[in-house]
Design a protein around this ligand. Structure first.
Ligand code: SF4
Length: 207
């Protein structure tokens, strides 16, 4: 399935109907959200939802959330962007990771990590009466877009809310996020986020 094509079809319809729906956008970090915000804010009234209980250590979490807020305040966009901070539910992340501490990045632990964050985004979107929800995560070449979209759609069906399909890395989305990160002077972390990815990164650096 080409999720970028699916998204384009949907955006075409929105343009033709001349409407501006609301979107709850789960964001993993400021650099990944930069391109997504530039792209989708032409079509939607976006609320960025920062929910990343996977991030370790807490000082890194604080750094990333502050960077996210600064970016939203600095970006010049067609429709204003709002912001919601989720809880830093560390114990929830540790619970879904149990038994998968040694799993490689991109495997089962990551799929559970996607689901934890997407489910919370779907629930908040439902509670706030948003038209759609989605996540920035598909912009990363390290993330499995197929899995992300399957999980997003499954949650959407369960909650009876619309999920916005995406593969933001397509059409040079990832490249553009690097350009925007430079333009806005954003902090770009060099590990995915959790303590396991941090541990693996440290091992690589030592090597
Ligand atoms: S490597 Fe990234 S996606 Fe995978 S579990 Fe850790 S934080 Fe989540």
């Amino acid at each position: 399935m080409n999720y970028q094509k699916e998204l384009e079809k949907l955006l075409d319809n929105i343009r033709k109907e001349d409407r501006v729906p609301s979107l709850l956008l789960h964001s993993c970090c400021a650099p990944c959200s930069s391109y997504v915000l530039e792209y989708l804010s032409q079509y939607f009234r976006i609320t960025v939802f920062y929910y990343n209980p996977n991030i370790f250590p807490e000082s890194e979490y604080t750094k990333r959330i502050l960077e996210q807020q600064t970016l939203i305040e600095s970006m010049k966009v067609k429709h204003p962007i709002s912001f919601i901070a989720g809880n830093y539910d560390r114990e929830k992340f540790m619970e879904i990771s149990r038994g998968l501490e040694q799993a490689k990045e991109g495997g089962e632990r990551c799929f559970r990590c996607y689901e934890l964050r997407l489910r919370q985004a779907g629930e908040i979107a439902k509670e706030c009466g948003m038209d759609y929800f989605t996540t920035t995560l598909s912009i990363s070449p390290m993330k499995n877009a197929q899995k992300l979209n399957e999980i997003g759609q499954k949650i959407a069906n369960e909650l009876a809310i619309a999920y916005l399909p995406s593969d933001f890395k397509k059409k040079n989305g990832y490249k553009r996020s690097i350009e925007l990160s430079k333009e806005y002077g954003l902090y770009r972390q060099d590990y995915c986020g959790c303590e396991f990815s941090y541990r693996d990164r440290m091992k690589e650096i030592k090597k």
